[in-house]
Design a protein around this ligand. Structure first.
Ligand code: NAP
Length: 603
């Protein structure tokens, strides 16, 4: 393939914390030939999308920045959304990332081309890129989830999700119904309650809440951070290690009593009505659902104009919400604080790896990756914030930095080996997941007695890393090359199993062709997959008969079913099949799974 001069070597998707961190780490590693595609017209990711009233971060500001780009401008202990967005935009300027970012570039398809070891990435606007490497930065909390209550459509008022706040609707004097009491709702309910006539808050499950020790960062503190070298860093380290110490409770839920008593203390201090307090007291171990941090949610619920509704929602009517006790709660505006579709991260994406493997097929039994960054079957493709890479106790920015570092080390490994392809071995991914899921069994997320977005519909934990964030960071310092298949196009051309004449048949059509084929046994499905290129005068005609089965025969060999894909830039068609190959097999190499001991433990 002749690549356009402007073809990027690395393509990063998303200009939020993850994509931008990746961009900075690439620059640091001396890689300047990369592009960041951003679907919107502004950087910021989740901090651009979530603008609801009161939106901010429940991780302390000093921990919520890149370690290499401390923010001297934080004004509060817990930063609000505009400040965080401002920080992200400043990072873009400071690291001169703008020339690399393409806005309005929503990716609609990713296809791996085995004949070139490059991806073909297409955007909705019709641009096509052929990068060597793809890094997918969109996080798991990305697609708003709105429950399918019966009757949602006929609601006559305005309805929106908290991540798509509709500021054209003035809530002053309105009756507002809020569904959900999660991390977003505890932030916007107190703000909405200040001006709305009524706010009905629909709680399905109470959440544990810890006090938010928020306050402005004083002028004295700011001056000290500026004057004393290392002070801000030391402060950050202190926050990091205090958060880190909490992991013991997540791994051994019986140790959660200390945190639980802090949460009960907040309830006792802020909610005096025993009935309301009982309704707000969770029946599961703290940490099972993400722990919320707020000092103004309970007071807001006790305002005259606010009601906590605990009866389940049975339907949305034209005028509001009908609950299971038969009551209709009339509303002018309905706000869904109902979270994100975590399990559906790639549900509708066209992401096709080796030999036509779709991400939906690869993840048919649930999302699974290796260290949250690589997925077998998808060479030269890296995820950020992938399955089982997050903790419940630490800033996600820390995780993102560790992953961006790891990905640059994987790229360095490719360069060192002269490889054009890197792919995590199926055995390594399988064993990694066996180890972490065994460790997850006793954790608070799995055994704390709640339902949460950490668990998929089968109850398997697809989100959490079962260890400290320091242990995750350590695992991501250096890639273990035994867990990756590294190869180059040139090597694989030499490995060609068959090159020579063949015959394509499709119904009454018989075409003499030249083929160039190789293949291997695929541990994912246990079948031999063969593939390569085919050229000949009648191939166009065979390709057009898309409904008639196609077969390839070589010499006296068997007639085997085959599929033709698109034409390559030289006019050859890609051809592939699975099962008995059309050429004799010399020997088939079967992958030896990596042992659990080699993978060490997740901790
Ligand atoms: P969330 O924490 O997942 O909360 C969703 C809420 O909607 C829950 O109360 C849930 O009840 C309720 N809900 C969902 N489906 C429902 C249904 N069918 N009927 C009734 N109630 C339903 O969502 P979120 O508040 O948008 O936060 C999502 C994640 O974003 C957080 O966990 C956090 O990681 C992140 N976030 C972070 C910050 C931050 O400050 N760093 C701020 C906001 C969000 P159940 O509990 O019963 O499921």
């Amino acid at each position: 393939m002749t690549l356009a001069a402007a073809e990027p070597d690395v393509l990063v998707v998303g200009a939020g914390f993850a994509g931008l961190c990746m961009a900075i780490k690439l620059k640091e590693a001396g890689q300047d030939n990369f592009v960041v595609l951003e679907k919107a017209d502004r950087v910021g990711g989740t901090w651009r999308e979530n603008t609801y009233p009161g939106c901010g971060c429940d991780v302390m500001s000093l921990m919520y920045s890149f370690s290499f780009a401390p923010n001297r401008k934080w004004t509060r202990m817990y930063a609000r959304q505009p400040e965080i967005l401002d920080y992200i935009e400043r990072v873009v300027r400071d690291y001169d990332l703008s020339p690399h970012i393409r806005f309005g570039a929503e990716v609609i398809s990713y296809d791996f081309d085995e004949t070139t070891d490059r991806w073909r990435v297409e955007t909705r606007a019709g641009s096509v890129f052929h990068p060597r490497i793809v890094v997918a930065g969109p996080g798991p909390l990305h697609k708003p989830s709105v429950p399918a209550f019966s009757g949602r459509e006929p609601f006559r008022g305005t309805a929106f999700h908290s991540a798509e706040w509709d500021y054209s609707v003035d809530l002053t004097g309105k009756r507002v119904a809020v569904v959900g009491t999660g991390a977003s709702a505890v932030q916007f309910v107190p703000e909405v309650a200040k001006t709305a006539a009524r706010v009905d808050v629909f709680q399905r499950t109470p959440h544990w809440i810890l006090p938010k020790l928020d306050r402005p960062i004083t002028a004295g503190e700011k001056a000290a951070f500026k004057a004393v070298p290392g002070l801000q860093k030391a402060y950050r380290h202190a926050i990091y290690w205090s958060h880190e110490s909490l992991i013991a409770g997540f791994l051994h839920p019986r140790l959660m009593t200390v945190l639980e008593s802090a949460a009960r203390g907040l309830l006792r201090r802020q909610v005096h009505d025993p009935e309301l307090r009982a309704a707000l007291t969770p029946g599961y171990t703290i940490g099972c659902k993400r722990i919320l941090v707020s000092s103004n949610f309970y007071p807001a619920l006790q305002r005259e104009n606010v009601d906590l509704v605990t009866s389940g929602i049975s339907e949305i009517t034209e005028r509001g919400i009908r609950t299971e006790d038969g009551q209709v709660h009339e509303a002018d505006v309905l706000v869904y604080g109902t979270g994100f579709a975590v399990g559906d991260r790639f549900e509708n994406e066209h992401l096709v790896g080796r030999r036509g493997l779709t991400i939906q097929r690869a993840w048919r039994d649930g999302m699974e990756a290796y260290l949250g960054v690589a997925v077998t079957g998808f060479p030269n493709f890296f995820l950020m914030m992938g399955p089982n890479s997050g903790g419940g106790n630490q800033s996600i920015v820390f995780v993102i930095e560790a992953q961006a570092h790891y990905i640059t080390r994987c790229l360095a490994l490719m360069t060192k080996r002269g490889a054009t392809r890197i792919e995590v071995r199926a055995g390594a991914q399988r064993e990694f997941n066996r180890v972490i899921h065994r460790k997850l069994e006793g954790t608070v997320w799995n055994s704390g007695g709640c339902d949460s977005w950490y668990l998929d519909e089968t109850g398997r934990n697809r989100a959490a890393w079962p260890g400290s964030s320091a242990s995750y960071w350590r695992r991501l310092r250096t890639p273990d090359d035994r867990h990756f298949e590294l190869s180059s196009l040139a090597e694989r051309e030499n490995d060609t199993e068959y090159r020579g004449p063949g015959v394509l048949t499709s119904g009454d059509l018989t075409v003499g062709v030249e083929v160039f084929l190789n293949g291997h046994l695929e541990p994912l499905d246990g079948l031999y997959h063969w593939y390569g290129r085919v050229a000949g005068d009648g191939v166009d005609a065979a390709k057009q008969r898309s409904r008639t089965p196609l077969f390839l025969t070589i010499g006296d060999g068997p007639e085997v079913p085959a599929a033709l894909a698109e034409r390559d830039p030289w006019g050859h068609y890609r051809i592939a099949g699975a099962g008995t190959p059309p050429f004799p097999l010399a020997a088939v190499e079967v992958e030896v799974p990596v042992s659990g001991a080699e993978l060490a433990s997740a901790e």
